[in-house]
Design a protein around this ligand. Structure first.
Ligand SMILES: [Zn+2]
Ligand SMILES: [Zn+2]
Length: 339
């Protein structure tokens, strides 16, 4: 039996272990991917820390996967060996449940399928993916460029394009980390009047380089007041992990404005009078499914949006994870397999 390297977690809060495993065979409706690169995401902590309900160990994390179709299982149409593909958070869907039949594939009711959580992910030489989870990767993107776009990219791109904001309207991106540095680029390239909000004056130059036309330092300025002075934001993309930071910006929403929450904060306090008085909303956003990933990659090629990455080999997954979790990484970390 041919073997491969995999980085697995064997128990909640356990360490990453580099192990040798049999190369898996794709079952019905699945493909085997020869992994080239896999991004490290904050949500990998759900696997590492055991915070996802029903998680089974050992588990290989990783849901920003780029690689080549290596083998095709029975019943798969439209994918051929050698094709370059990517897999993100969404691990596929059935296509026949009520949610799928309404086009809400992300909310598939037959099973929860999350790459690297309900099945093994991309911290390995090979992985199995459902064919419905697979996005095609344009040749213009390297595997390192493409990997972080499979979660950080799609999440910000897809939220922004569904934000309800139109060209020239004010859109604020709260936070300038792994998600925010992509959010600012996408917002600017979509033609929004893009406002970056982050802590400290030292981030202004980067924000402007990424395409922000305005910068608000929320350590010294009141972000809600600053946005209100600009007429209010049609959309605020909240990428941070602090509920207080989100609340401090919420007051900057324009009439009919929407705050899109993509940072998983424990709780968020909102003033209902402010919402209903201006028909404003606070909304969560699910990253998207494989076709949304494909749109994200295509738009990134078209406009030149790229993630800024630190690159480490698969064997250094533990160090990569630490850099991501500590916030030291500038701005995403990508593992490469050498395949
Ligand atoms: Zn992610
Ligand atoms: Zn379904």
């Amino acid at each position: 039996m041919p073997k491969m390297r995999a980085v697995q977690v064997s128990r909640a809060k356990g360490p990453f272990e580099i192990v040798e495993r049999d190369i898996p065979e794709p079952g019905s409706g699945s493909v085997r991917i020869k992994v080239q690169a896999c991004g490290v995401c904050h949500s990998d902590s759900l696997t590492k820390e055991g915070m996802f309900p029903g998680l089974e160990y050992p588990r290989v994390p990783g849901h920003e996967v780029i690689g080549l179709v290596d083998a095709v299982g029975p019943g798969v149409a439209g994918l051929t060996v050698g094709e370059r593909i990517g897999v993100g958070w969404n691990g596929g869907y059935c296509g026949y449940c009520e949610a799928c039949r309404r086009g809400d594939f992300f909310a598939c009711q037959t099973a929860t399928r999350v790459t690297g959580i309900t099945s093994d992910g991309g911290y390995a030489d090979y992985m199995i993916a459902q064919s419905s989870a697979v996005a095609r990767v344009p040749k213009e993107l390297s595997e390192i460029d493409a990997a972080p776009l499979m979660c950080a990219g799609i999440t910000t791109f897809n939220a922004l394009r569904h934000s309800g904001a139109g060209p020239g309207e004010v859109v604020a991106i709260l936070g300038l980390g792994g998600l925010g540095h992509l959010g600012v680029q996408y917002a600017a390239k979509m033609g929004f009047k893009t406002v970056a909000i982050a802590r400290g004056q030292d981030k202004e130059a980067l924000a402007r380089k990424l395409g922000a036309s305005h910068y608000i330092d929320n350590q010294t300025q009141d972000p809600a007041a600053e946005l209100a002075r600009m007429g209010g934001a049609k959309a605020i993309l909240a990428t941070v992990t602090s509920g207080d930071a989100m609340r401090s910006v919420l007051g900057g929403l324009a009439v009919n404005g929407t705050m899109l929450v993509i940072g998983a904060v424990p709780s968020l306090e909102v003033n209902p009078l402010f919402l209903l008085g201006g028909r404003r909303s606070v909304k969560g956003w699910y990253s998207g499914t494989s076709i949304d990933s494909q749109d994200t990659l295509r738009f990134s090629v078209l406009t030149g949006v790229r993630s800024m990455n630190e690159v480490l080999p698969l064997e250094r997954a533990s160090e990569a994870y630490e850099r991501m979790m500590s916030g030291k990484a500038r701005f995403r970390v990508v593992l490469t397999t050498g395949n």
